[in-house]
Design a protein around this ligand. Structure first.
Ligand SMILES: [Zn+2]
Length: 192
């Protein structure tokens, strides 16, 4: 079973591109839903949670507690990256440095996003950085506290106007579909 945790919350909504009015939490809602539909349509059992109107000091703890009770094959969050450098335009998928299953899932996700961008999403400026381990010196709650394989997808930059405009014009849905496609490949290879 694959478990999607919608990134951030309606109260603490993550990064915002104020110029284009694109909000990370909203992008994650759309992308998570299309990811869910892609996986479900391919026969994968999946679940999704939106933690509700909860601040960022509580939501991480609440979500990881639920995930650890369910213990899925994989837990993921679909985020948008943000940087003061508005030209930053890469995508990556973070995994726990000590988890091979997570790395494999992250590889599939980024390969599929990379292929999708190259085939149909041009002329979006994009650098694919692939799967990246989180640094032991920089703990990430979602990766460190979940007891199952887990990944954080940071596929696009909400602070980059070109990425944000694309996300706003249907890209958020395409983003989730590509993540789902990658995970279908990962899941089938793993279970067949
Ligand atoms: Zn985020």
């Amino acid at each position: 079973m694959i478990f999607i945790s919608i990134a951030h919350s309606s109260k603490a909504c993550g990064a915002v591109n104020t110029e284009l009015d694109v909000v990370e939490y909203k992008v994650s809602c759309i992308a998570s839903e299309s990811c869910f539909n892609m996986m479900k349509g391919n026969g994968i059992q999946c679940a999704m949670i939106d933690i509700g109107y909860v601040g960022d000091s509580e939501y991480s703890e609440k979500k990881t507690k639920i995930i650890n009770e369910i213990m899925p094959d994989l837990a993921l969050e679909i985020h948008c990256n943000s940087s003061p450098d508005k030209n930053a335009h890469y995508g990556e998928c973070l995994y726990h440095f000590d988890c091979r299953a997570s790395k494999k899932a992250a590889d599939y996700v980024m390969n599929t996003i990379g292929d999708g961008i190259a085939k149909s999403l041009n002329p979006l400026i994009y650098e694919n950085r692939g799967s990246q381990p989180n640094s032991p010196d920089y703990p990430l709650f979602f990766l460190d506290k979940t007891k199952c394989p887990a990944i954080i997808v940071e596929g696009f930059f909400i602070s980059n106007n070109e990425h944000a405009q694309w996300l706003k014009n249907g890209g958020a849905e395409a983003y989730g579909t590509l993540v789902g496609e990658g995970l279908v490949k990962w899941f089938n290879e793993r279970h067949n």
